[in-house]
Design a protein around this ligand. Structure first.
Ligand code: CDP
Length: 224
């Protein structure tokens, strides 16, 4: 059976990760969370006490860094220099600094190269900001996932509270808006809908509905 590439892009907290993971499970595809890769590099920069705004220092520190996405049981774990950092990369400090790190051309080249290599054979669901526009513009199915800011902030608040972190709602709204702004306005591979992407507004959809929508579209392509 044909193995296609599914690209899911969209702004922060639109539900990409949860959806991509389940779509990949249903199709028996590999799920590649590219945001987790940028987060892992950001974690390293912060841990080493480097200023995320200092591009030269960031590039120097990341030259020999290794990011791997490793499948363990049902989930992908993020390894940085051979250590599991899956939990560390979700911290608020990493979230606040990641847009600076991901704006650097050299950083993007390193990550995009890995992403293209893993997707070469198809059978993958990649999620991020520039998947349909830059990483794999030839992907057979492109989804641009959006949701209203209230929905996204509430989802993020719930996700954090499940980890024992209780963050003020307005703080979350501001963080999301600021990160979307930075990601959309940067020079290198900004967050943008590919011309041939399907817009999926998940504001009023359940996870099951949004997963089924994408799986149905994928099967139409695979079976044709
Ligand atoms: O899960 P959430 O929506 O909060 O973000 P994420 O997907 O983990 O991505 C974290 C950050 O990585 C984004 O805000 C972007 O700055 C960057 N990113 C990127 O530049 N390109 C990608 N393909 C994926 C993420």
């Amino acid at each position: 059976m044909k193995k296609i590439i599914i690209a899911i892009d969209g702004p922060a907290a639109a539900g990409k990760s949860t959806t991509a993971k389940l779509v990949a499970e249903k199709l028996n595809y590999l799920h590649i969370d590219t945001g987790a890769m940028y987060r892992a590099l950001t974690y390293k920069i912060l841990r080493e006490g480097i200023d995320p705004e200092n591009e030269t220092a960031v590039i120097e520190a990341l030259k020999n860094s290794k990011v791997d996405l490793i499948k363990e049981e049902n989930r992908i774990k993020v390894f940085l220099d051979n250590k599991d950092v899956s939990e560390n990369i979700r911290s608020i400090d990493v979230t606040n600094a990641v847009s600076a790190i991901s704006s650097y051309k050299k950083v993007r080249e390193m990550m995009v190269d890995i992403q293209r290599r893993i997707s070469k054979e198809g059978g993958v669901v990649l999620e991020g900001r520039d998947i349909g526009t830059v990483v794999v513009p030839n992907a057979e199915l492109k989804i641009f996932m959006i949701a209203g800011i209230e929905t996204r902030a509430k989802r993020r608040q719930k996700e954090l509270s499940e980890k024992g972190l209780f963050i003020d709602y307005n703080k979350i709204v501001n963080e999301i808006i600021e990160r979307d702004n930075k990601d959309s306005k940067r020079k290198e591979s900004p967050l943008r809908k590919a011309d041939d992407a399907i817009v999926l507004d998940t504001s009023n959809l359940s996870i099951e509905q949004q997963v089924n929508f994408i799986v149905k579209k994928a099967l139409e392509i695979i079976e044709n």
